[in-house]
Ligand binder design. Structure first.
Ligand code: HEC
Ligand code: HEC
Length: 88
């Protein structure tokens, strides 16, 4: 029995729905920048000045001498590219 056009549409729809589901679930799993006293000012700064300006300050604390990043951390050049701010 050959599939009818309507059946193919159904298959395509299911495929699209699953595709969206996987796209969403794979996204934004990276640990978020917490909304605490330390990081709150950066939340403001990102809105004001953008990510690139804000990121310069991360390394004042998150550096190997002070608070080292976990082993196997990806190259930490653009922190906010991966680490989103926690939703309020
Ligand atoms: C004044 C020092 C300081 C600066 C600057 C700073 N952090 Fe942090 N950060 C900390 C400390 C201390 C912790 C661990 C305690 C905590 O969770 O607040 C932390 C924790 C984190 C965590 C992990 C939270 C968790 O749940 O384990 C992330 C992600 C993070 N910082 C990202 C950033 C980013 C991105 C920036 C730059 C926008 C930044 N931090 C700037 C001190 C700092
Ligand atoms: C290429 C993406 C990427 C970039 C860029 C990046 N990180 Fe991460 N970071 C991760 C991943 C992945 C983890 C592992 C934890 C997880 O599953 O979220 C992590 C973990 C951390 C943790 C540890 C959280 C904990 O409690 O174990 C901190 C703190 C952190 N990153 C801070 C930073 C800072 C500060 C920068 C910029 C200097 C930065 N990261 C840049 C992807 C990134």
């Amino acid at each position: 029995m050959a599939l009818k056009k309507r059946d193919w549409l159904f298959v395509a729809l299911v495929a699209v729905v699953f595709g969206i589901f996987f796209a969403i679930s794979g996204e934004e799993k990276t640990i978020r920048v917490p909304h605490d006293e330390i990081h709150a000012k950066f939340f403001e700064m990102v809105n004001r000045e953008g990510k690139k300006e804000t990121e310069k300050f991360c390394k004042e604390c998150h550096n190997p001498q002070n608070l080292s990043l976990p082993e196997g951390h990806p190259p930490p050049f653009r922190c906010l590219f991966c680490h989103k701010f926690e939703e309020r």
